[in-house]
Write a protein that binds this ligand. Structure first.
Ligand SMILES: [Zn+2]
Length: 247
């Protein structure tokens, strides 16, 4: 069930079929001069809708804001702090737990390291707090990265490059405004920089010109396969009270 579209009785009935909820996390973030600010949210929601269809897991509304560091000076990027993301992830899981959900899939369309680690941190606290839950934290971009390498032509392609442009071309072609120049950011190794745009002018990491809707279709299918697999693994997992897996 698509949770925000059903009624209270339908929600209750839905729990008899599955107690797994998928909670997508997106971002409002610049994606070059050609992709919409909602790119990460768009990708993760599309994948989750298909996965929910296949697995019978329930789909929660996506959070359209994430923790964004490297593009925070680029116009259009609006983020939240790690404290906010951590708190909202914990609050939402607690309430779904109160209303009967037991397996939780926190899945992010935004692959920022700090952002994903914040969800992991929230998940660890929830494991301590709620003894009868199972939880997965997935970065869908990281899950498809290895397979994507076989499919795309651009080396080291990540943000608003060949991969993401292909995926948006497949999902919502009308939102793609041409293309942007190929670019790879040049951040210093350890030093944090205040003026992030100086090191990453166009906000693209990779080469969007190599994108196609057909590549986007394949990448989306790969993501759906992989996330489906991870959810089945989560649902089959059994723990003892001490947390060791039973044979
Ligand atoms: Zn993105």
């Amino acid at each position: 069930m698509i949770i925000d579209e059903v009624t209270m009785p339908d929600y209750e009935r839905g729990l008899r079929g599955s107690r797994t909820v998928i909670i997508p996390f997106g971002s409002l973030e610049e994606h070059g001069a050609h992709l919409p600010l909602c790119t990460d949210t768009l990708q993760v929601v599309e994948v989750c809708r298909r996965v929910a269809d296949r697995t019978g897991a329930h789909l929660a509304p996506a959070l359209p804001y994430g923790v964004v560091r490297s593009t925070r000076n680029h116009p259009g990027t609006v983020g939240v702090t790690t404290a906010t993301l951590r708190a909202i992830a914990i609050d939402v899981v607690r309430d779904f737990h109160r209303h009967g959900m037991r397996s939780f899939v926190l899945i992010s369309g935004h692959a920022g390291k700090t952002h994903v680690l914040t969800l992991v941190d929230a998940g660890e606290q929830l494991l301590d707090e709620l003894p009868d839950i199972r939880i997965s934290v997935i970065s869908e971009y990281n899950e498809i990265q290895a397979a994507a390498r076989e499919l795309v032509e651009t080396g080291d392609d990540s943000h608003a490059g060949e991969i993401e442009t292909s995926r948006v071309l497949f999902m919502r072609p009308e939102l793609v405004k041409g293309t942007s120049p190929a670019e790879w950011p040049e951040f210093p190794d350890a030093r944090l920089v205040r003026d992030k745009r100086r090191h990453w002018r166009g906000g693209v990491w990779g080469d969007p010109a190599k994108a196609s809707a057909e590549k986007g279709r394949k990448l989306t299918e790969i993501a759906v396969e992989r996330v489906t697999e991870l959810i089945r693994e989560l649902e089959d997992y059994r723990e003892t009270a001490g947390g060791d897996e039973l044979p």
